[in-house]
Design a protein around this ligand. Structure first.
Ligand SMILES: NC(=O)c1ccc[n+]([C@@H]2O[C@H](COP(=O)([O-])OP(=O)(O)OC[C@H]3O[C@@H](n4cnc5c(N)ncnc54)[C@H](OP(=O)(O)O)[C@@H]3O)[C@@H](O)[C@H]2O)c1
Length: 360
């Protein structure tokens, strides 16, 4: 039987009949398709083939360097956030879900950069407390608040819109931050979810920000230039087990942001309103205390990173290089492998939570 080296030797490759016989002897029936694939191999191995593939390789490397360069540029380029601080009567930012976590960090950062802030939450006492703390820290700014339970079906976003209309100044920034899993248990098999929990997650993460953005869009346009930031999650791209509804609502947010960005272009409003969606991964907050070594960031870094991306021209942005690195790595790993390690990790979190809840 001919060896593989003998079969693919230059002399054998030049002799069609000999090659066909050797392939059949060595690989039996599999030798026949192999024989018909060989012209492709020959074309690839020819001088012209090598020139084309090496040029293609160079083009691929240049493209990857360009993409990496773009990521680095986005990290270091100056933010254009200040263009939204343009009203003489005071420019306002509305941050939904701003009594804790990333929302509170956004409020703090925006006050620090000259904006007045309208806080939003569901708990009046907590809102008053945060208002006092932030107003004490930034005495030259105005901090106000509005109460609206984002999980409700009662068009509560209209209260927020009414409050915005009464502001002494112009709303120029909307940060749709409110969201999270927000039901207990946080990790739950999809088949075991109650209808009420499914509705709560959809309302907080998708329904409320959709209605609010739709109602505020004309105001933001009137107050142009204006900015909309939507808090997304890596879960919206990956599809994470045991938080399936939450993952789906965040996928919706990405889709809504892209569609709205396209509609702003169609309406010729894209120079007036900038819109972006934040690709947030594990971030320490009231709602998330789990740690992922290397890839967990603080809420403050998340808000700072997001504001640094303003004006970068991208719709989907990572807020921190750690998350960009993690997102890039996930993009390179085959989807089945990602599912393979995500499943046990999420199952572990679910089991730990179940044990904790039973112990209470
Ligand atoms: N932290 C992460 O690892 C992570 C990762 C990816 C994406 N994100 C996204 O980032 C955003 C902020 O997350 P976070 O971790 O900072 O959340 P968080 O710490 O749980 O804070 C959520 C904020 O929203 C408020 N809120 C919750 N339910 C509400 C409701 N029904 N009506 C009105 N306000 C309500 C909370 O108010 P109370 O103080 O009353 O609870 C709190 O101010 C969310 O959209 C989340 O999906 C977070």
């Amino acid at each position: 039987m001919p060896s593989i080296a003998e079969i693919f030797s230059p002399a054998n490759m030049a002799n069609d009949e000999q090659l066909k016989r050797d392939l059949y002897t060595r690989f039996s029936l599999l030798g026949i398709p192999l024989y018909y694939v060989l012209p492709l191999y020959r074309a690839w191995a020819s001088d012209a083939g090598r020139t084309i593939t090496s040029n293609l390789g160079t083009a691929m490397i240049l493209y990857m360097l360009y993409k990496a360069g773009l990521q680095v540029w986005q990290m270091v380029r100056p933010s254009t956030l200040q263009v939204y601080c343009h009203s003489e009567k005071g420019s306002w930012a509305l941050v939904t879900g701003s009594t804790d976590g990333i929302g509170r960090a956004f409020a703090d950062e925006l006050l620090n950069r000259g904006f007045n802030v309208l806080l939003h939450g569901r708990n009046k006492e907590k809102l008053v407390r945060v208002q006092k703390e932030l107003a004490g820290k930034y005495p030259r700014r105005t901090v106000d608040y509005v109460v609206a339970d984002a999980s409700s079906y009662d068009r509560v976003e209209l209260n927020v819109v009414e409050k915005v209309k009464q502001l002494p100044g112009k709303l120029t920034i909307l940060v749709n931050n409110v969201g999270g899993v927000n039901t207990s248990p946080a990790y739950c098999a999809f088949k075991d979810m109650t209808a009420a929990d499914i509705d709560t997650q959809i309302n907080i993460n998708s329904r409320f920000p959709t209605h609010l953005t739709s109602a505020l869009l004309p105001i933001l346009h009137e107050n142009r230039p204006a900015l909309i930031m939507n808090a997304g999650s890596a879960a919206g791209n990956l599809g994470v087990p045991y938080i399936a509804t939450y993952s789906a609502t965040k996928g919706y947010i990405f889709s809504l942001t892209r569609a709205l960005a396209a509609e702003l272009v169609a309406e010729k409003w894209d120079k007036d309103i900038e819109i972006m969606s934040l690709l947030i991964n594990n971030t320490r907050s009231a709602g998330n205390t789990s740690e992922m070594p290397l890839f967990t960031i603080d809420a403050k870094d998340c808000a700072k990173g997001a504001l640094a991306k303003v004006g970068c021209g991208q719709i989907m942005v990572h807020t921190h290089w750690r998350h960009a690195l993690q997102g890039g790595a996930f993009g390179l790993i085959p989807e089945n492998m990602v599912k393979g390690f995500m499943g046990p990790e999420m199952r572990k979190r679910k089991d730990e939570e179940e044990a904790k809840l039973k112990g209470q």
